[in-house]
Design a protein. Structure first.
Length: 181
């Protein structure tokens, strides 16, 4: 019985190894960048793909619109960071309040487990799920910004840097609430 399965496996393996799906797998040809003319140096020339094949700002008006959109996304990223800072402060206060209610009974003898319990904030789904969603949004924007910088388009890069700077100026003081006592 086992030899039948082995024979079937070998037949499938041979067919998979000999299969030619019409692709030329030789490495003799050179690589061509026919799809786009992505420049590998810093430039101001329009025509770079931004995240999608359909978003290729070629005119000066499209470049200005794209730069404004990137500026606004950078502001939104700093706003999300500020919201996270404010919410972290609020959540920490609530967690201390909840933990103090649970720790109100008279303490007996102290053990390492009680020490960990006392200083570990409780898992509160409404807080922690929201924290995760906000962090995921911030990470997504960070990766989109990275892809934008990888176009080497200086207009895009300047829009992001100025947007992040203005956003930090507007919202940075709210994000630093977490460090205040």
């Amino acid at each position: 019985m086992n030899w039948k399965y082995l024979a079937l496996f070998l037949l499938c393996l041979i067919q998979g190894c000999l299969a030619d799906n019409g692709m030329d797998m030789s490495m003799d040809g050179g690589m061509s960048l026919v799809i786009g003319n992505m420049l590998s140096y810093l430039h101001f020339t329009p025509g770079d793909n931004l995240w999608f094949l359909g978003w290729v700002p070629k005119s000066s008006g499209a470049m200005v619109g794209t730069c404004i959109a990137l500026f606004m996304l950078a502001l939104i990223e700093r706003w999300i960071a500020a919201c996270r800072g404010v919410m972290e402060f609020h959540w920490r206060q609530q967690a201390i309040f909840i933990a103090s209610d649970k720790l109100n009974p008279l303490p007996t003898r102290s053990s390492p487990i009680e020490f960990i319990k006392r200083f570990t904030p409780p898992f509160i789904p409404a807080h922690d799920i929201t924290r995760g969603i906000m962090f995921a949004a911030q990470a997504l924007l960070g990766y989109l910004f990275m892809l934008t910088v990888m176009t080497y388009q200086l207009s895009f890069i300047f829009s992001l840097v100025v947007g992040l700077g203005v956003g930090e100026t507007l919202f940075g003081r709210f994000g630093s609430i977490t460090h205040a006592h």
